[in-house]
Design a protein around this ligand. Structure first.
Ligand SMILES: [Fe+2]
Length: 398
């Protein structure tokens, strides 16, 4: 019986050890480090994650002190103690993330949520797996990569001008064109998104992983239209490609580039300031809203919207007084373990902002799970496109 309990403790320590390195992987993938280096680091850490439990079970479990064969923890050698303490902290960190995931509730400002499942394979009645990188993952059992969730969320934003009641924003992120999922998949998805007739369209970065797919824009994002305009920023995967060419192509199609800049939009007698940031991969943050107001007393905005590829800029946006931040990048974790939730998320905050809606002060953040990824694998984490409706009052109270 004692041996079983000790075996479980060793298993818990192994999981805690894996979590420590996953924390390092998540944070390093949030930094502007080139892919080749990230891949090397990931492979080394993955090897450590696999080897550690073997060493732990053989050494502590069977040899010295041999807790699986009659030894006691008090006989543990001095140098194992700090290592196992760290592993325990790693395990507690994972439990904390799991509780946060299990008890996640959108903030009260999100007054309504609806979702519609779009089964792309059935809809198009064809195989949608192409020949791109990691295409073998797309056919794995339970993979939800072709089961897209079209979410419709209503946000109550008191600062919203009354004339803008019901303003709709289509939030699309992380298309990751690579050839792994066929072009038809994205064409149909953009067509469905367009049918929702949004007032404004935002693309939040990570357009492609293969430059040969650039012409896919012709029948995906290219033809989309919205009365107040279409705006984009790029993401870290675009940074690894010919980002200038991507920008020029999208801009040539009438999309407005928000990278490191802001754009004032007049609508129904009020001003909407749209700004974008691709920090930390490209450019700088847009000019501080406060300094713009100081320089020009007329620079008063009724509503401030920031598009940031990574949710890591949320805290900066809160300090700057933005009303709404739209992000992607973390893909919801892509793989969510039952009860535990997402484990991998390339963010300085780990899985905290993997997806969903968050509020801090008067700033709201919406993180889309995105449409795709370089790895076409989604377990318990469907691709997502979102239509956000802004209201000044609570729907339920009206
Ligand atoms: Fe992405």
């Amino acid at each position: 019986m004692e041996a079983i309990a000790n075996g479980l403790i060793l298993l818990m320590l192994s999981i805690g050890h894996a979590e420590l390195w996953i924390m390092v992987i998540n944070r390093t993938h949030a930094l502007p480090i080139h892919d080749a280096w990230l891949k090397r680091l990931r492979h080394i850490l993955e090897l450590a994650i696999v080897l550690f439990p073997i060493v732990l079970f053989l050494s502590v479990g069977l040899y010295a002190p041999g807790v699986l064969v009659g030894g006691t923890w008090s006989q543990l050698s001095f140098w194992w103690k700090p290592v196992l303490l760290l592993c325990t902290l790693g395990f507690l960190g994972l439990m904390y993330s799991a509780f946060r995931h299990l008890f996640y509730k959108p903030p009260r400002q999100q007054t309504e949520t609806q979702s519609e499942l779009i089964q792309m394979r059935e809809r198009l009645n064809q195989d949608l797996i192409g020949e791109g990188p990691y295409h073998y993952l797309a056919g794995l059992p339970l993979n939800q990569v072709f089961s897209v969730e079209f979410t419709r969320k209503t946000f109550q934003i008191p600062r919203l001008p009354a004339n803008w009641e019901g303003l709709t924003i289509l939030h699309v992120s992380d298309l990751h064109f690579s050839g792994t999922l066929k072009r038809e998949y994205f064409v149909e998805l953009c067509r469905i998104a367009q049918e929702s007739k949004p007032d404004l369209i935002i693309f939040a970065g990570d357009l492609l992983d293969e430059m040969k797919c650039l012409d896919w824009l012709d029948d995906t994002l290219g033809p989309m239209q919205a009365p107040l305009g279409r705006f984009f920023i790029l993401g870290n995967h675009d940074w690894h490609q010919e980002s200038l060419q991507i920008r020029e192509t999208l801009s040539g199609m009438g999309w407005i580039d928000l990278s490191a800049t802001s754009f004032c939009l007049q609508h129904a007698g009020h001003t909407l300031q749209l700004a974008g940031t691709e920090v930390p991969w490209m450019g700088t943050h847009p000019e501080s809203r406060r300094s713009a107001s100081e320089e020009n007393s007329e620079s008063e905005f009724d509503f401030l919207l920031l598009v940031s590829h990574t949710p890591d800029n949320f805290h900066w946006a809160v300090r700057e007084g933005y009303d709404l931040v739209l992000s992607g990048h973390t893909h919801g974790g892509q793989v969510r373990l039952p009860l535990i939730g997402p484990v991998f998320a390339p963010s300085l905050h780990g899985t905290r902002y993997a997806s969903g809606t968050f509020a801090r002060g008067s700033t709201m953040l919406h993180v889309s799970r995105g449409v795709s990824g370089i790895h076409p694998l989604r377990w318990f984490c469907r691709p997502e496109i979102s239509l956000l409706t802004l209201r000044t009052t609570d729907d339920a109270a009206r």
